[in-house]
Design a protein. Structure first.
Length: 120
């Protein structure tokens, strides 16, 4: 089943894990939206630089350091995703508590591993 996913911290740089995740999500036929600081495109997915009000986001997968996540707390909460994935290096216990208090599941995991092991 396809899960509509927002990648936050998206990059056109093919060596970045966010880029790899976008391509892998597409390969597994998930609908992908992307937000980054620079406009671009990855495998047909436009990287938005504006915080858009996406509807029905199932997953948010983060590629931002905890310090850089703070500016997006309210935005992510407003999307009401079913789950937020904290990829390696993005772990943020402060935000976990906020997500938990808002009924949003979260997981410390690697999106690429979850996809490859069919746990996504």
């Amino acid at each position: 089943m396809s899960k509509k996913t927002l990648v936050i911290g998206a990059s056109e740089n093919v060596q970045r894990y966010s880029n790899m995740a976008i391509r892998k999500l597409k390969q597994f036929e998930h609908e992908v939206k992307a937000f980054g600081l620079r406009k671009g495109e990855v495998d047909g997915v436009v990287i938005d630089t504006d915080l858009l009000s996406y509807e029905n986001i199932d997953m948010v997968t983060l590629y931002l350091s905890p310090k850089n996540q703070e500016a997006y707390y309210d935005y992510i909460l407003g999307l009401k995703p079913k789950r937020v994935i904290f990829n390696p290096g993005t772990e943020n216990p402060e935000f976990y508590e906020t997500l938990k208090n808002n009924g949003i599941d979260f997981e410390e995991a690697c999106t690429l591993v979850l996809l490859n092991t069919k746990q996504y």
